[in-house]
Design a protein around this ligand. Structure first.
Ligand SMILES: C[S@@+](CC[C@H](N)C(=O)[O-])C[C@H]1O[C@@H](n2cnc3c(N)ncnc32)[C@H](O)[C@@H]1O
Length: 273
């Protein structure tokens, strides 16, 4: 099992404050309650399945090798498996405890879990190139997002998709207001009641407000070498808050994407869930 390098705290940051340098350690402490909390969030699993389907993985994934980066307790892994039940899926996370909860679930033999840091994937025992990567609620938690995106691209075969499933509210006053209201009336109080500590949930609120807006993230994806970048949102209270950012590594894919995949034909399409 490859080791995860401890990241130093940012100079000047409070030792008890959660930020991108120590967030995966905080997930260790919250692994036990994570599934219950996300299960109480209407649409959480359905939206992950949407993002996985939007990748357009052909033939139920037969013959494909896929990565789920920042897999946590396996919710996004299950979504990828739903979209591509015949693919070989490698799910990676830096939190030992989140992975332990994921591994305790029942999985078919084509799914494996690996302990690793998504910012140091060269140290994880991965065997690229891959036919697709899903990273759900991960990128916001990374310290050098451009370097990470470039390393994800290098792991992909030509034309293979990267789906970033992420909160992105910065471009819309309404989205920021709804996000703040839901955090302070539901997510943070519920997190405190269920886990005894609201630190990770206050970090969630803050980190989402600070994270890229839709335009910035699509620009970032282009700048880090992704082609054919498209964005779709999801239904429910998360509309225009949670999005699928889909890009492809440059080049022609060996196998055509599923023509029935629910991806917009071109450009950014935020109107349809
Ligand atoms: C919000 S959870 C999402 C889990 C899962 N993808 C889901 O959709 O339910 C974010 C996960 O990213 C992991 N994570 C954060 N930073 C990471 C890093 N640098 N490398 C790998 N995993 C990381 C955390 O440990 C946590 O399990």
């Amino acid at each position: 099992m490859p080791a995860v390098s401890p990241s130093p705290s940012k100079p000047g940051s409070r030792p008890d404050r959660i930020d991108q340098s120590n967030v995966s350690r905080s997930f260790d402490a919250h692994a036990r309650t994570y599934d219950k909390l996300v299960g109480a969030n209407p649409g959480y699993h359905e939206h992950l399945r949407m993002s996985a389907k939007r990748m357009g993985l052909p033939n139920k994934g037969a013959g494909l090798r896929l990565l789920d980066l920042g897999c946590g307790t396996g919710a996004s892994t299950a979504a990828l498996l739903d979209a591509a039940p015949q693919a070989d899926i490698t799910a990676v996370d830096a939190s030992v405890e989140m992975l332990a909860h994921a591994r305790r679930k029942v999985w078919p033999t084509n799914v494996r879990f690996v302990h690793g840091n998504a910012e140091e994937l060269d140290k994880a025992s991965l065997n690229g190139p891959y036919d697709g990567i899903l990273a759900a609620y991960l990128l916001r938690n990374l310290t050098d997002r451009n370097a990470a995106l470039r390393s994800f691209r290098r792991l992909l075969k030509p034309g293979a998709p990267l789906a970033l499933h992420e909160y992105s509210v910065r471009d819309s006053f309404r989205s920021r207001a709804v996000w703040t209201a839901v955090c302070w009336t539901v997510i943070i109080p519920m997190g405190r009641i269920r886990t005894g500590s609201a630190g990770l949930y206050r970090y969630l609120w803050r980190s989402v407000l600070d994270f890229d807006g839709v335009e910035a993230l699509t620009t970032r994806m282009h700048a880090t070498g992704f082609d054919d970048v498209r964005v779709q949102t999801v239904p429910g209270w998360q509309q225009h808050i949670v999005h699928t950012f889909l890009g492809r590594s440059p080049g022609r894919p060996a196998t055509a994407a599923d023509p029935d995949a629910p991806t917009p034909p071109e450009g950014i399409d935020l109107s349809k869930p």
